[in-house]
Write a protein that binds this ligand. Structure first.
Ligand code: NAD
Length: 246
């Protein structure tokens, strides 16, 4: 296989594991790091990927910035010769109850989690249109499906990602490009490590399987959606939540 996958926010957590998994599947991997400061982490992920005998390179871009996304997509296509899979994984939280949330916390989360998906789908989609095919997988969240107290900004961004996934699947389907979303529940990562013990215990009470998900379990679903076998699946949202009742 000589296909390339670009994963945004791939220097830690779920994104890093998706990069490793897609490398294992045989994709060359473009690892997006937000800034120079994250480059060492990105390079460490690239080294893991190279153990699978694929090419792996780090590209710096803040995906909330339109022009940086355009530049990065051009660099990835220029380096690898094609861009076949895009995983929009970069995301942040700035939690707080709506009554006390600052405007900046709302706007920043929308820019990073939502606008970035427009930026990246537009530029990567244009490359895939010329290639007559591709796979786009957007990382949403159960917060986007069910809402979550303290996450008005995050749930808005993740619900939007679902709408954007469905729209893009309709616009790009005739070009052989599939667009799907996965909606993870509570996955053990630095993002969920920040929760208090009380928050963690309350969360697990709502999970049928009674445990957190692992990053490898999200990466496995992304791997399937990126594969040739998933060619007739588009516009869908796959929940990976251990049977969460929110
Ligand atoms: P994480 O904090 O470990 O990783 C997030 C990554 O996004 C980091 O590498 C970070 O550098 C990158 N990033 C942030 N802002 C960026 C920007 N402007 N430009 C480029 N990269 C940027 O968190 P994670 O838990 O691995 O989350 C990955 C994705 O999964 C996010 O979209 C998150 O919302 C989603 N998610 C996570 C969980 C969970 O339980 N951890 C659940 C549902 C959805």
């Amino acid at each position: 296989m000589n296909k390339t996958a670009l994963i945004t926010g791939a220097t830690s957590g779920i994104g890093a594991q998706i990069a490793r998994r897609l490398a294992h599947d045989g994709f060359n991997v473009a690892i997006n790091a937000r800034s120079q400061a994250e480059l060492p982490d990105g390079k460490a992920v690239a080294e893991d990927c190279k153990k699978e005998n694929v090419s792996a390179v780090c590209f710096i871009a803040d995906v909330s910035v339109y022009d940086e996304c355009q530049r990065m997509v051009k660099e990835v296509k220029g380096h690898f010769g094609s861009l076949d899979v895009l995983v929009n994984n970069a995301g942040i939280t700035r939690d707080g109850l709506m009554a006390r949330m600052k405007e900046e916390a709302y706007d920043t989360v929308i820019a990073v989690n939502q606008k970035s998906v427009f930026n990246m789908m537009k530029f990567a989609g244009n490359v895939m249109i010329k290639q007559h095919g591709g796979r786009i997988i957007n990382i949403s969240s159960v917060a986007g499906l069910y809402g979550n107290a303290g996450q008005i900004n995050y749930s808005a961004s993740k619900a939007a990602v679902i709408g954007m996934t469905k729209t893009a699947s309709k616009e790009l389907g005739s070009r052989g490009i599939t667009v799907n979303a996965v909606a993870p529940g509570f996955i053990q990562t630095p993002m969920t490590d920040m929760l208090t013990d009380e928050q963690k215990a309350n969360i697990l009470k709502q999970v049928s399987l009674g445990r957190y998900g692992q990053v490898s379990e999200v990466a496995a679903a992304v791997s399937f959606l990126a594969s040739d076998e998933a060619g007739y699946i588009t516009g869908q949202v796959l929940e990976i939540s251990g049977g969460l009742a929110m």
